[in-house]
Unconditional design. Structure first.
Length: 191
């Protein structure tokens, strides 16, 4: 490890697969313009992923902001062992998990205090809304792999790196998630 160039020097990252635009190394070194360009380059991707993972619009902007604050805070620790986008996806997934936990806590509090009329479900929706709702209702672990595989179109190996899983574990989660979606949509799709 002593002979590995430091990331701050840019020797290992600039123009590499880990930093295809050559912006990470300058951002690590404190270049605010490079960091701003990283945000611009990846903001739409992070926003799309956060929306798909969370399934509600209300907090997506806050989560995206939290993602880039975490990126700025943790950028000096980026070792360039994976692509920057993979590292960014992992931060996004973690921030979405944190937001879901926070929302679940708030929802459980609301359920305890809401009247029965306030808890009644909304009427029927379009097919796409039914599918989105079924995905939103998946357990977080299942939702993560479904979104990354089918909505972000990432390969199994990349999903494994993002979630810290082996490829076969990703496949198992996908298989379970597909069964859960089939069960959730079975009665509705048959009509």
């Amino acid at each position: 490890m002593a002979d590995t160039p430091s990331i701050a020097s840019g020797a290992r990252l600039a123009g590499s697969e880990a930093d295809p635009g050559g912006l990470v190394a300058p951002a690590v070194a404190g270049d605010r313009l490079a960091f701003a360009q990283l945000v611009v380059r990846h903001q739409d991707r992070v926003t799309r992923l956060a929306y798909r993972l969370l399934g509600w619009q209300g907090e997506v902007e806050d989560v995206v902001q939290d993602v880039f604050v975490a990126v700025l805070r943790n950028l000096p620790g980026f070792r360039g062992e994976s692509q920057f986008a993979t590292w960014l996806y992992r931060i996004t997934v973690n921030e979405c998990r944190r937001a879901r936990r926070k929302r679940l806590w708030r929802m459980s509090f609301w359920k305890k205090t809401a009247t029965p009329a306030e808890r009644d479900p909304v009427g029927e929706r379009e097919v796409s809304e039914k599918v989105r709702e079924a995905v939103r209702r998946l357990p977080a672990r299942s939702r993560d792999v479904v979104v990354l595989r089918y909505l972000e179109d990432l390969p199994i190996s990349e999903i494994g790196r993002i979630l810290g899983l082996k490829p076969n574990a990703v496949e198992v989660r996908l298989s379970r998630a597909r069964r859960q979606l089939q069960a959730a949509l079975a009665g509705w799709l048959e009509t």
